[in-house]
Design a protein around this ligand. Structure first.
Ligand SMILES: CC(C)(COP(=O)(O)OP(=O)(O)OC[C@H]1O[C@@H](n2cnc3c(N)ncnc32)[C@H](O)[C@@H]1OP(=O)(O)O)[C@@H](O)C(=O)NCCC(=O)NCCS
Length: 181
């Protein structure tokens, strides 16, 4: 599934590169934040402990072959991941991302997602990239819309988090034959 070459994406003021063990302190500094976790699934816990960070960097939480550290000002301060699929879904992948709160609102994630897709879509042979946005996360919805994603629908009560059901908004963008079908 992850046989494509390991991507590094250098963009306007940022670098997307593989996570490494040395990122632990930076990861804890940015990930242990309720505001960051609010829009994410339970694999991203709060509080975000040292053990959580170590498990992530050891590859016990997600497949690190398709997870990238976002580096701004020379230091990891967020992450981006792609969930690749197989069989009749091999053309599709799910995108997720987060950024340390101090860097929000400056257009970083819009640029990062755009540059990442430009590299990842051909590298992984993708024709559809999907993303889930939890209700009440307009910033993430905007990042996707500004990158050409369309709102395809709402999974009502699609997630149960913090003892409550939440709607999930499905976004996707198509390329190649999928876009022209
Ligand atoms: C979502 C997130 C990645 C956005 O990163 P960012 O670098 O701040 O995003 P950008 O600055 O590129 O763009 C944010 C857009 O949302 C808009 N926005 C921000 N807060 C908003 C709000 N409350 N209502 C409406 N729009 C809002 C901004 O104005 C901007 O749009 P614009 O350029 O049209 O003005 C960041 O907030 C984050 O990491 N959140 C926590 C994790 C998360 O929710 N991840 C996404 C999971 S689907």
């Amino acid at each position: 599934m992850s046989a494509a070459p390991r991507l590094r994406v250098q963009g306007d003021g940022f670098l997307l590169r593989p996570w490494c063990a040395d990122d632990l302190e930076a990861l804890l500094e940015h990930a242990d934040d309720a505001a960051v976790v609010r829009g994410l699934g339970e694999r991203f816990p709060h509080p975000y402990t040292r053990a959580d960070g170590e498990a992530f960097l050891a590859g016990r939480v997600v497949d690190l072959a398709t997870a990238w550290a976002i580096e701004l000002e020379g230091r990891a301060c967020g992450g981006l991941g792609l969930l690749l699929q197989g069989g009749e879904r091999a053309h599709a992948a799910r995108l997720g991302y987060w950024l340390g709160r101090r860097h929000w609102g400056r257009g970083h994630m819009t640029r990062i997602v755009g540059a990442f897709l430009q590299a990842a879509v051909p590298a992984y042979g993708l024709q559809r990239v999907e993303a889930f946005v939890l209700e009440g996360n307009p910033a993430s919805a905007r990042v996707l819309e500004k990158n050409g994603f369309r709102h395809e629908g709402t999974c009502r009560a699609g997630i149960r988090k913090g003892g409550r059901f939440h709607d999930l908004h499905w976004y996707a963008r198509l390329w190649g034959g999928a876009a022209g079908r």
